[in-house]
Ligand binder design. Structure first.
Ligand code: ZN
Length: 275
């Protein structure tokens, strides 16, 4: 989640925008296919205009089998930086796991947001087309439409946990940030451990300018996509893959990390329920 400006450029030509629009559709296609087969449910957070074109932010919901207790709602957000597509791919792979391993999702309701910055994704830039790093605008009264839509969604869903997926081109390994509930750290540790089956953990003492231990950073930037200032305090994890690693390894590492979080959080809840 480094703040280095990426290949930010001016407005793309109409032809480029048209082609790029198709690339957004292409990225979401497997999600729509999963909706058609009943694996996912779709919803809209609302739309906005950018450069004369309409965009929409989508939610895809995966409902795991019931475990007889109340449902645990997690929100997993990808591509708030438009040039980090591995998160969206990991989300569809995670959803597909529900066919083969439904028990992994027992008791969970996962709300997946594969494309939080569609104009940045179209332009292959970290920033939105308005030139903003959206991941510095949250809960600051921002007028960026993507941020307003996501804030509204986060406030109304009252998630038990929020996970943001990122890639960092300055890191050679996986690592993450934690905030929110103190259990966040106990969730990120096994996630990094699981991901290390595909990509090494970044064990540097300083990562992205922050003190780190075992790939875990407990500080962080202000204004990132996170739980709002009011309401219950969910666990919050930011999971980062090394952006220069092969895309399929980043995807696999992210899926393994998400699986580990689902398993560990369920184990924590069952212990808590026994107390
Ligand atoms: Zn990022």
């Amino acid at each position: 989640m480094n703040s280095k400006p990426s290949s930010l450029s001016g407005s793309p030509s109409a032809a480029a925008a048209f082609l790029a629009g198709r690339c957004c559709e292409q990225m979401l296609r497997p999600f729509w296919e999963a909706v058609e087969t009943g694996l996912l449910e779709s919803g809209s957070l609302g739309g906005f205009l950018a450069g004369g074109r309409g965009y929409e932010l989508h939610r895809f919901t995966l409902r795991g089998p019931s475990d007889g207790n109340s449902v645990v709602r997690l929100g997993i957000f990808a591509t708030i930086h438009g040039d980090e597509p591995q998160g969206a791919q990991a989300l569809i792979e995670l959803a597909r796991l529900a066919r083969r391993h439904p028990d992994l999702f027992r008791g969970y309701e996962l709300h997946l947001y594969p494309l939080c910055n569609p104009t940045g994704y179209e332009d292959s830039t970290r920033h939105s087309r308005r030139g903003e790093d959206l991941n510095r605008h949250f809960w600051r009264g921002s007028s960026e439409p993507e941020v307003a839509l996501l804030e509204q969604e986060i406030a109304s869903r009252r998630f038990h946990g929020i996970i943001a997926l990122h890639a960092d081109d300055t890191s050679d390994g996986v690592y993450g940030f934690v905030r929110g509930a103190t259990i966040s750290q106990e969730l990120l540790a096994p996630a990094l451990d699981a991901a290390s089956a595909r990509l090494p953990v970044n064990r540097e003492p300083v990562i992205d300018g922050f003190r780190a231990q075992g790939g875990i950073i407990v500080e962080g930037y202000d204004g990132i996509l996170s739980a709002g200032p009011s309401g219950p305090r969910p666990f919050e994890v930011v999971f980062e893959t090394p952006a220069h690693a092969a895309l399929d390894l980043q995807v696999q590492a992210t899926v393994l990390a998400m699986e580990a979080i689902l398993r560990r959080y369920r184990a924590m809840l069952s212990v808590a329920n026994d107390i």
